[in-house]
Design a protein around this ligand. Sequence first.
Ligand SMILES: *Cc1c(COP(=O)(O)O)cnc(C)c1O
Length: 479
Amino acid sequence: MSKQQHTFPNKSTSVHELLDTIKSKRTKDIDWRKGRAFCLIYHPGDEREEGIKQIFDQYYADNALNPTATPSIVELETETVSMCADLFHGDEQVCGNVTTGGTESILLAVKTARDWAKQHRPHITQPHVVIPESAHPAFMKAFHYFNIDFTVTRTGKDFSADIAATEAAIASNTILLVGSAPAYPYGVMDPIVDIAALAKRKNLLCHVDACIGGFILPFIKESGYAIPPFDFEVDGVTSLSADVHKYGYAPKGASVVLYKNHELRRFQFSLYTKWAGGIYGSPTMTGTRAGSNIAAAWGALRSIGREGYLEMAKATMDTTERIKKAIRGIDELEIMGETNMCIVAFKSSKIDVFMLADVLNKKGWHFERQQLPPTLHFTINYIHKDVVEEFVADLQASVAEVREKRLQQMGNKLQSSIVKGLSSLLPEGTIAKLQQNSKPDLDNENKAAMYGMMGALAGTGDLDKIVLDFLDNIYTAKS
Ligand SMILES: *Cc1c(COP(=O)(O)O)cnc(C)c1O
């Protein structure tokens, strides 16, 4: 048996030295603090961040597991939930919990629906959910974990959920309908009013995924943009998720899940009363819960406040308009749908957008690559007001660069079609070998070709294997 890459540390290392190690490791990371990342991080500016950090530090090591040990954290959590319920037009019955993120909020909402149905729809042995194709994969994770069947419906021409397709997909074992406000891929909101009305008419639950939109849509609306109703003011909405660690600008590890009433939330809780260790009741998925994250969520809402969020939403929408205008001015690029907020995705029928992505990465910009069809995805937040002109100039220059690389692009296309053709003929394991060359090296010239290949393989067993190998590889320690 060969040894691990890293032996367990014998001696203590000075924090000074460890910080140096981290500093050198971090040179590989995206520089979100300077507004270079249109993904993953939401930065309210250094001053606001400093305040939230101080509140986080107050509960650095605290555990919110036992409410009687730290009643102050219970207060911070219930106040956070209540402030959010107010923001989302909930009446006094609306309640919920702070979770570690959108995924946990969604897992809990789905689990709650399943257990609600066990009691209220006892004839259903195998529950089923109807979900638009644009909804977040956290739902598929939930269906997988909790053994729930689901039907994915196609979105309409405007990329929002198709209400007729949703209704057609409802079966005798359906328990829940889902809509997003907005969906992540193109920032387009589903018709929540229609979905909730349909759910109500069919006696189903209705979850609104406002994970990304929750903490900015109300302020975008207040700035004068038309935002359709999406929260508890809509009749038929029974639960809602919203991430404080996105446009709430709290540090990672904070979301809220809200329910129409206490009766429904009871199905979220978990308890076991026969354990030698005592009566064990737990509101969310985790056991030990970081007090720091709950405090920071509370701290972000309180220290920024409606006025702060409004100011940030206005600046973010101005930045978004500037970027949209620039994209519209580039002949090769086409914005996907009518985004309701500060998410912009574009495709191109004239250039390879993944090649454009490589060029932009080289200039230090980071964002997401999407598929089916290939698009580039930009999540714009407050910090980008400082870099928007530089970004627009780089985008224009990068498109010009790619225009000139057309010949090379044709080579890549040829390469991906060859890979597609070959993948059915190659012996097992060959595809996995191809993937070893695709470590997440942000300057890798081959990324465009790799994504072309991925697109050709989407939905095949080969791609499943590539992704599983990739995850296994990335979460194995390197020397
Ligand atoms: C981010 C997001 C999620 C998942 O949230 P995590 O915090 O990443 O777990 C779910 N739905 C939407 C629309 C999102 O944008």
